[in-house]
Design a binder for this molecule. Sequence first.
Ligand code: ZN
Length: 108
Amino acid sequence: MAEAFVILTSEIQAKSPAISFINSNKGKPLLVADDYTFKLNKAATTTKYWICTIKDCAAKVHTDSNNGLMKTVGNHSHLPGKEKLEVREAREKMTYLKKNFLTVKIST
Ligand SMILES: [Zn+2]
């Protein structure tokens, strides 16, 4: 699984990463990175901590207070696209935030 994540990350870097922010139908903020969806877990002064919406998945994303991607942490325990329909619907109105950097910490 770690190996697959590395390949995926390389693809993201090659394409220049895009993350977007949507609101769930319950009004909660969601972060979408590739086809993975994260929910806001905690917001500190300078950093927002997002966790994967899939239960028991260890993957996390940190963004700064301006929703700029800082880093991703951990590996997904599942394939992307579980919520593809919801994501696709959201993409109609989403804003891409492109960043020139992406640092990834892979825990094995
Ligand atoms: Zn996940």
